[in-house]
Design a protein around this ligand. Structure first.
Ligand code: GUN
Length: 292
């Protein structure tokens, strides 16, 4: 007789909505518990200039904070702000005892883009997970309950866990070596015993490398760049890109129409990784609110 299989079947499209739905109630309850202790979780978002994508992202972050009962204020600063004024403004906000978490939405205008924002906000309020202390804990492989992990990589780990996608021993290829996604994700996956290959713009024979992976993560920020030549049947594709295509429509780094029929599982854009970044941000805010 065949053994009874209890394995949940993984859907073809790995949407974030069921993940958010499953986690949201717990966040609402955690927020209520904090309020019973007279702690109102408060997030400050520092937004410099009026980059249209940043305006949308920060609005979505504020909306989710408010849906779970936390406070969120978007502090808009002029694009022409000097370095001195920017640093003093961020420090003033971060030093406020009533603020539990804060972050600077990236990208910054050119005159500020060299500033290491991760060091302006103390580690315990650094809900983006960019501070050296948080990065060190990540490097050490500490539990993400004990420090503030970077939002998008941790969101991807949450997605993989929710859909019961095995990681241990798998060959995972990440394309994109950014500080926000590629590098920290490599560390989180390695900690879970995956064999990770980190590819980038200078990688030779990229298609040969991506085709051999069990899981491919794309994080390069180029609309519909990855067509089916990069993939093989049975693979899992996690698309981190949020771009606009030539018709001004939101799309990922992966050409979804072209690639989706070929691979086993794929995240959509929108409705994939993006909302999980926000989920982690709010989790980090509650974690920070509990510590202060
Ligand atoms: N811009 C795009 N993604 C992010 C992010 O995760 N954090 C911040 N601060 N800015 C971003």
């Amino acid at each position: 007789m065949l053994p009874f299989l209890t394995m949940k079947s993984i859907p073809h499209i790995l949407a974030s909505a069921p993940v958010i739905e499953a986690k949201k109630q717990k966040l609402i309850e955690q927020c209520l518990k904090l309020k019973e202790k007279k702690i109102i979780p408060s997030l400050k978002v520092i937004l410099v200039g009026d980059n249209p994508a940043s305006l949308i992202y920060t609005r979505n972050k504020k909306k989710f904070c408010e849906e779970i009962g936390a406070e969120c204020e978007i502090i808009k600063l002029p694009a022409s702000l000097s370095e001195k004024d920017f640093i003093s403004e961020v420090k003033k906000i971060a030093d406020n005892k009533l603020v539990h978490g804060c972050f600077v939405q990236l990208p910054l205008p050119t005159q500020l883009s060299h500033i290491d924002v991760g060091q302006l906000i103390p580690a315990e309020k650094d809900v983006d997970g960019f501070h050296a202390q948080n990065l060190y804990e990540l490097m050490k492989g500490a539990s993400t309950k004990s420090f503030l992990p970077p939002c998008t990589p941790k969101g991807i780990m949450t997605l993989l866990k929710f859909y019961e996608i095995p990681i241990s021993g798998k060959n995972i290829v990440i394309v994109g070596r950014s500080m926000i996604v590629g590098k920290p994700l490599m560390l989180l996956l390695t900690q879970r015993d995956a064999t990770v290959t980190l590819c980038h713009s200078k990688t030779k024979n990229l298609t040969e490398i991506t085709k051999k992976a069990d899981i491919v993560v794309t994080a390069i920020g180029r609309a519909n760049f990855f067509t089916k030549e990069y993939f093989s049947p049975g693979q899992i594709v996690i698309d981190v890109g949020i771009n606009k295509d030539k018709h001004d429509k939101l799309c990922g780094d992966v050409d979804f129409e072209n690639v989706s029929p070929m691979v086993a599982h794929i995240t959509p854009v929108p409705g994939g990784v993006g909302p999980l970044t926000i989920l982690t941000l709010v989790r980090n805010l509650l974690q920070a609110s509990n510590k202060i």
